[in-house]
Design a protein around this ligand. Structure first.
Ligand code: CO
Ligand code: CO
Ligand code: CO
Length: 304
């Protein structure tokens, strides 16, 4: 089966397909247990974005055994296992190598009924777009590495990055949606572009309604910007038109690469309020309607 998302889908029978995805990266927070949880929530996200059910996972570990104490690795793995247990996923193995730089992540296998699978190719003109987590984790991670992020902020952002997209995924399946993608490395606008392109539609974003961690405005003004943000802007700018009133810092945030970001869901306007209400109650109060799908300028995004 052709895959339009960053997870691979393989149809086994008419009502059963497997979803496979893999994600790993270098630490983005100092606490090893938190890092393990974030990596696991992030690795599961592609399965949830497709409305699938993750079943098994395998650890991927690159560990500098001469540089770091083995207890660090134990804490990372404990974080990963605890998140997988929360998700109802069985950890079935893994592979580790000695490496100069610590990296951790997982490969995840899930299942979905291919007839009800949610992809980033089903958005329809008139749909509302819902985003389930605030933006800015890449910028905050950069501030943290520079020693500029407060403990309180790190705790708060960690809470979002360790929050599974599971409930949001279950609710969107319950209500019924047209399309979905998860916001990760390509940032809000990168993933929105892919959704627009694959669905053959345009998008209008209402930038003032996009949930953002309030601290990022100040960090951007102090040039605490991840390299991935600039790469996303270079790559996707040709498809995006900003209205004059959109402030510079907000344009940056919309390109910020996210770790374990939220779901971006395309849903008919008559169901949008219902899903938003359920999401706010069950998962994240910051979930918001951030724009709409239009039939004009397919593959392009207008940010007002
Ligand atoms: Co992935
Ligand atoms: Co994804
Ligand atoms: Co092996």
């Amino acid at each position: 089966m052709e895959s339009l998302d960053d997870a691979g889908v393989y149809k086994l029978t008419d009502d059963l397909a497997i979803i496979q995805t893999v994600d790993f990266f270098t630490p983005i927070v100092d606490n090893p247990y938190d890092f393990g949880q974030i990596a696991a929530a992030n690795a599961l996200s592609d399965v949830y974005a497709m409305g699938g059910k993750p079943l098994t996972a395998m650890n991927i570990v690159c560990f500098p055994a001469k540089k770091l104490d083995i207890s660090v690795l134990k804490d990372i793995l404990k974080g990963g296992i605890d998140k997988m247990m929360e998700a109802g996923v069985t950890l079935v193995g893994g592979h580790s190598i000695d490496d100069a730089e610590l990296k951790y992540g997982l490969s995840v296998t899930g299942v979905v009924d291919p007839r009800n699978m949610v992809t980033n190719a089903g958005a329809k003109a008139g749909d509302k777009l819902i985003l389930t987590k605030p933006l800015g984790t890449g910028i905050i991670g950069t501030a943290l590495k520079a020693g500029k992020a407060s403990k309180e902020l790190v705790v708060r952002v960690t809470k979002y990055m360790t929050t599974l997209n599971k409930k949001a995924s279950v609710l969107m399946r319950e209500v019924g949606v047209h399309a979905c993608t998860d916001i990760t490395g390509f940032g809000f606008l990168g993933h929105a572009c892919q959704l627009a392109e694959n669905s053959g539609v345009g998008i209008k974003v209402n930038s003032t309604s996009v949930p953002v961690f309030p601290e990022v405005e100040d960090f951007i003004k102090r040039a605490l910007i991840p390299g991935g943000l600039n790469r996303n802007r270079e790559f996707y700018s040709k498809n995006i038109k900003f209205s004059k009133q959109v402030p510079d810092y907000l344009r940056d945030v919309l390109f910020d690469p996210q770790t374990s970001g939220g779901l971006l869901i395309s849903i008919t306007p008559d169901k949008a309020a219902l899903l938003l209400d359920k999401l706010k109650k069950a998962v994240i109060p910051e979930a918001a309607i951030v724009g709409e799908i239009v039939s004009k300028h397919a593959g392009k995004i207008i940010v007002d």
